[in-house]
Design a protein around this ligand. Structure first.
Ligand code: DAH
Length: 459
């Protein structure tokens, strides 16, 4: 809005398109600037009456603001408009009052000077009374003490400098005492406002010690995690270390170094997720088992090696009661110079008894894995029927637990171990399967649905 633009107070408030308090503040700032410019022009052309009528007379700006803005504003902006209008009125009146030289106002002696200053002081006092926060106070401070067009400056320019030498001392004295009064009053008000703000903040932030505490339900460890920890506890007690591996592997670690060459049928079972990488990059895949950590560990470390590897593995399986595209394994590897099949069997039997209970018997059944020779499946006597036959063990008396075997010498070749000097065993157990068996859970999907009704059963 330039100064020449049409007077905005003739426009109804809704048509101005202002919807927030910032917009209102800006609008009034512009009005004040407009008024000051008008006043300066008026002083130059002595159009005093015209300016006074326009800005404070009946039917002038304040009255139009009341009719066109305050009364037509939306409810949320009306109080603000009302307040801004009040401010504007005193802003205008004081300036009108202090723009003309005293002589023009008909003031010729010290008593009249004192009376004028008393009026000003009264206006100031009532204005400062209305200040309720720092923002108000800031506005008032500039209005009265502002260097460019504050009241004190105006008086200095328009009254003091233009006065007759006889009146100057009286004006100077009044001016100084008015300035001192304004400064101390603003200072005092400032302290009051900030003390009030402070005690309001204190009241808001006071801690009510009698309130009941916030009840934060403590979760429980997931059954899979509990099973991991159970398995770890057993092997830690046998001197194994727990190591974790990466979930993204190269085919070399996932297959080749485990003695599963490119076209080996064992790869079909592990048909898996390959990563979509830029052409020319080395292929990577989500590991299909924790066995690659056997290779990483032996590459880094000379025998003796005794590790278990808990972790997640991935296969392209369709989800059902016994399959999931992500599941959990614990790999085991022990390699030393004097490890016999007997130690292997003893370790496995110990684990089974610890995990399933002292009554559990262990059976080793011949099997095949490319990276173990001989390979076995570890079966446990059915812990539901004790071996006599039931639905869980499909009336065989035995339950298959996990695969294992003596490390195939070919694997040592990949990690530069001397296969004539060292020997060892490895195993890989499905943690989801072991949890299902031990806790009688018929659907592996329950592990991944995070239904608290399920989780709560295993606190
Ligand atoms: N990696 C095999 C799988 O995921 C499990 C396995 C079997 C691991 C025998 C072993 C092992 O270390 O000796 O099916």
């Amino acid at each position: 809005m330039s100064l020449d633009a049409q007077d905005p107070t003739r426009t109804d408030f809704p048509a101005l398109g202002i919807s927030d308090s910032a917009g209102v503040g800006f609008l009034f700032e512009q009005l004040k600037a407009r008024f000051l410019a008008d006043l300066a022009r008026a002083a130059a052309h002595s159009e005093w009456e015209r300016v006074r009528d326009h800005w404070s007379g009946a039917g002038g700006v304040p009255q139009r603001i009341a009719a066109n803005w305050v009364h037509q504003a939306p409810d949320n902006l009306r109080p603000l408009l009302f307040r801004e209008r009040e401010n504007l009125i005193s802003f205008i009146n004081i300036r009108l009052m202090t723009t003309q030289p005293l002589k023009q106002l008909g003031i010729v002696n010290a008593e009249q000077v004192a009376a004028r200053f008393r009026d000003l002081r009264n206006i100031f006092d009532s204005e400062i009374e209305r200040c309720i926060d720092e923002v108000d106070l800031g506005i008032d401070k500039t209005a009265w003490l502002g260097r460019k067009s504050g009241v004190i400056t105006q008086i200095t320019e328009n009254w003091l400098k233009t006065s007759s030498p006889e009146l100057k001392p009286a004006i100077g004295k009044e001016l100084n005492s008015l300035r001192a009064h304004i400064e101390t009053t603003i200072e005092g008000r400032q302290q009051k406002i900030s003390a009030a703000a402070e005690s309001a903040a204190l009241a808001r932030e006071r801690v009510d010690l009698s309130l009941p505490g916030v009840d934060r339900p403590i979760g429980s460890r997931h059954l899979i995690r509990q099973t991991f920890e159970e398995i770890e506890r057993i092997f830690l007690s046998l001197g194994f270390a727990v190591v974790e591996g990466r979930e993204i592997e190269t085919p070399y670690y996932n297959f080749e170094a485990l003695n599963i060459p490119e076209h080996h049928p064992a790869r079909d079972m592990m048909d898996t997720f390959y990563l979509d990488l830029p052409p020319g990059s080395q292929p990577h895949l989500l590991r299909t088992h924790t066995s690659p950590m056997q290779i990483h560990t032996m590459e880094k470390q000379q025998p003796p090696v005794r590790i278990i590897v808990p972790g997640k593995v991935y296969r392209r399986d369709n989800p059902d009661a016994t399959h999931s595209y992500m599941f959990h394994q614990v790999e085991g590897l022990a390699v030393d110079t004097d490890i016999t099949f007997c130690e292997f069997k003893g370790t496995v039997e110990y684990f089974v008894r610890e995990f399933l209970g002292p009554a559990a018997k262990t059976r080793l059944r011949p099997s095949y894995f490319p990276f173990t020779e001989p390979s076995v499946e570890i079966d446990a006597s059915c812990f539901v029927c004790g071996g006599s036959g039931c639905r869980l063990c499909k009336f065989s008396g035995w339950i298959e637990l996990f695969g294992a075997g003596m490390v195939d010498p070919a694997v040592y070749g990949f990690v530069n171990y001397d296969s004539k000097r060292v020997s060892g065993y490895a195993f890989g157990m499905g943690v989801d399967r072991l949890s299902q068996l031990k806790y009688g859970i018929d659907d592996v999907q329950l592990f991944f649905q995070n239904d608290v009704r399920f989780l709560r059963q295993f606190p």
